[in-house]
Design a protein around this ligand. Structure first.
Ligand SMILES: *Cc1c(COP(=O)(O)O)cnc(C)c1O
Length: 399
């Protein structure tokens, strides 16, 4: 029956395993280990003769409920939940690669993802090539006979550029490689990478899935073979496991995910429309805008414009940065933070925070200038948010 359920229903009911007490809410199994009725039962479990629980580094009932609910949402066969989004990304990449392999990735990546591809992987003999993800011929030119993984984010952080997931999946299939998609910015509600042909999808559940600023978490979703064969030993022995407590919070987060993402997206759309008309800023970037340079691709692969908006203060570098800082400092509702996807609206100056470790040249290539500001829209009233932005723009433009 659950096969026909829509996402909103799955997010409330899928994966639930009630204890003999028949609790309404998902139970929190805050336990490290499990006991066996007999020595024989322990032996049988270790032999794999029954699929009961052994140790929470491998599997835990509350974590299993979260994994199953994510599978139901994503249309994936299997999942492994991790302690953070970076735990998920690192396992999804390093857990399938070995020395001599090659990875091609879009250069516009979340900072730590880029570090894993550019710095960590080469330390283990895995070569990497970064490309402009928008340019399909760049992906084609970069793949080699030993390319095993293509990796991308779409929309990208922080400039919200899109990569054509179906087209890059085709390139991966052509050479027998896997496409891994970090789907955080689109959220599981607005983009389905597996349906578009990707082989693996990863999330930082820290973002919209919790959505209320409490717990770190992550998840890797794919087919049975990739999760239970390719990644399983890496996961079990290196221990990036999600805490049962965090899994429980994230399960409750999933129940309200569609409502929150819808409201946050509506707020982002209204603020993008407002900013387009504002005279003091340029280059308003929002995938839901008709004027967005990749609007057609946005319509093709996303069912919403995302909860993020980016824009730029004009002026020569020092002035643009001063304006961006004055804007951030003048905001009263929107808080300064590097985080995103929260119920609280947040503002980031990427050049001096999330992307400060890149060289200026790399930042320029990604369009991350001193005047660029990134907004993550929350659940507040959109009129209040616009009024807050309006008064902060007045302060910023006095500079
Ligand atoms: C936040 C984020 C990550 C890392 O997730 P953590 O939970 O902070 O480890 C990876 N990719 C993207 C796109 C992110 O936004």
């Amino acid at each position: 029956m659950s096969k026909n359920w829509k996402a909103a229903t799955r997010l409330v009911h899928s994966g639930i395993q009630r204890s003999p007490f028949g609790e309404t809410s998902e139970a929190l199994y805050l336990t490290q280990g499990f006991v066996y009725d007999s020595a024989e039962a322990a032996e049988a479990r270790f032999k794999g003769e029954d699929d009961g629980y052994i140790y929470s580094r491998y599997k835990n009932p509350t974590v299993a409920m979260f994994e199953e609910r994510m599978c139901a949402l994503e249309g994936a066969e299997a999942a492994l939940a991790t302690a953070s989004g970076m735990g998920a990304v690192t396992m999804a990449l390093m857990g399938q690669l070995k020395a001599g392999d090659h990875i091609v990735a879009s250069r516009a990546l979340f900072g730590s993802c880029r570090w894993v591809v550019e710095k960590l992987a080469p330390q283990y003999g895995i070569e990497s090539t970064l490309v402009d993800g928008r340019d399909l011929s760049a992906w084609e030119d970069a793949v080699q006979p030993n390319t095993k993984v293509l990796f991308l984010e779409s929309p990208t952080n922080p400039t919200l550029e899109l990569v054509d997931i179906a087209a890059v999946a085709k390139i991966a299939n052509g050479i027998g490689a896997r496409l891994v998609v970090d789907n955080v910015f689109a959220t599981p509600m607005q983009q389905k990478p597996l349906e578009l042909g990707a082989h693996v999808v990863v999330y930082s559940a820290t973002k919209h899935i919790d959505g209320q600023g409490r717990c770190l978490g992550g998840v890797v979703l794919s087919d049975h073979d990739f999760i239970n064969e390719t990644l399983w030993d890496f996961f079990r022995h290196t221990g990036p496991s999600l805490s049962p407590f965090n899994a429980w919070v994230l399960l409750k987060g999933l129940e309200t995910l569609p409502l929150r993402v819808a409201q946050q997206t509506a707020n982002a759309g209204r603020i993008a429309d407002y900013l387009v008309e504002a005279k003091s800023v340029i280059d308003v970037r929002y995938p839901g805008l008709a004027s967005f340079p990749q609007a057609e691709l946005a319509r093709k692969q996303m069912s919403g414009g995302s909860t993020m908006v980016a824009f730029t203060f004009e002026g020569e570098a020092a002035i643009a940065k001063k304006r961006a800082f004055a804007f951030e400092n003048a905001l009263e509702i929107i808080s300064i933070s590097n985080n995103l996807g929260d119920a609280k609206s947040l503002v980031t100056h990427p050049a001096t925070t999330t992307h400060k470790n890149l060289s200026e040249e790399d930042r320029d290539a990604l369009g991350i200038g001193p005047g660029l500001v990134r907004l993550s829209l929350g659940l507040e009233d959109s009129g209040d948010l616009i009024a807050d932005i309006e008064q902060a723009l007045i302060v910023a433009t006095k500079i």
